[in-house]
Ligand binder design. Structure first.
Ligand SMILES: Nc1ncnc2c1ncn2[C@@H]1O[C@H](COP(=O)(O)OP(=O)(O)O)[C@@H](O)[C@H]1O
Ligand SMILES: [Mg+2]
Length: 273
């Protein structure tokens, strides 16, 4: 009897595993990077990089300084052209389409650069509305409505609309920058070090916001981060770059048990609060 129960349990586990595999493989790949090589002059910075990002995933890119994270990001957002290889966004080759098509692919993407400061001489409203003013033909009142919605989406009160960046806290400035990156309703948001320079409470609020936007709007997040708390708390998938190669790929739990010494060192750092 016990043997039979054990067999049934094992069958159920196997079935669940099969279903998980099936469920995973049915999630569309929103980004595919194939054999990407990046160079500055003669210097190769990324060597044969391959990975896929699932739609709706919170995907983090980690690694030491100078390993190629920003270079990779700049290729994914079309700012740098690959030396060789492909980047597909929703199955379309970003670098093998005409200019018009490329622009419409890039419209699916929002970016918060690491030092993506707000323009200091214009207020919150004008900062968030800038991409709408520059890239759409929407009338002013429609832009205003969208700006207010985006501000609410990042958890800020619309009383802040008339304030200038200098009047905001660091955490609020980052939120406004996220609202600006979301102005054109991107499916994919790239964030370069979104919690760096923030106090632990604001960093935690930023993590909560990212999870909320991912769950409610289904936005795919690609985040460069050194923040162990943030990686452990919100990443669904992590790639670890070292000298232009991916040396580890998995979820944070797997990274915490990883045997590679560089990954071990990165994940066993003391976290300063
Ligand atoms: N514009 C550039 N010209 C030449 N070398 C560069 C340029 N940008 C970055 N590099 C070099 O490429 C390597 C990867 O840089 P980067 O992508 O900025 O790394 P990370 O963001 O991981 O710190 C580094 O050795 C850096 O010095
Ligand atoms: Mg960088």
């Amino acid at each position: 009897m016990a043997a039979r129960m054990k067999m049934e349990m094992e069958m159920e586990i196997n079935m669940n595993m099969d279903m998980n595999i099936e469920r995973k493989s049915s999630i569309p790949k929103i980004i595919q990077v194939k054999k990407l090589v990046a160079k500055y002059g003669d210097k190769t910075v990324l060597e044969n990089i391959n990975f896929d990002i699932n739609a709706g995933e919170i995907f983090m890119i980690v690694g030491g300084s100078g390993c190629g994270k920003t270079t990779l990001l700049n290729h994914l957002i079309g700012l740098l052209w690959p030396f060789s290889g492909q980047i597909l966004i929703e199955e379309e080759d970003l670098f093998n389409v005409n200019e018009e098509r490329q622009l419409s692919i890039l419209r699916k993407i929002g970016v918060l650069f690491q030092n993506g400061a707000l323009f200091t001489s214009i207020n919150v409203h004008a900062n968030i509305g800038l991409p709408l003013k520059e890239l759409t033909k929407l009338p002013t009142d429609a832009i205003s409505q969208i700006v207010q919605n985006k501000l609410k989406m990042v958890g800020l009160d619309i009383n802040n609309l008339e304030l200038f960046p200098a009047e905001l806290s660091g955490g609020m400035r980052k939120r406004v920058a996220v609202a600006r990156a979301m102005a054109l309703d991107p499916k994919i948001l790239f964030l370069d070090e979104p919690t760096s320079g923030l106090d632990p409470i604001s960093a935690n609020e930023m993590d909560t916001l990212i999870v909320k936007l991912s769950k409610i709007l289904g936005i795919t997040f690609i985040i460069i981060s050194h923040d162990l708390i943030s990686i452990n708390k919100i990443a669904e998938r992590v790639i670890f770059l070292h000298e232009g190669h991916i040396i580890a790929d998995g979820n944070p739990k797997e990274f915490n048990q990883h045997q590679n010494p560089l990954v071990k060192e990165f994940f066993s750092r003391e976290v300063c609060l």
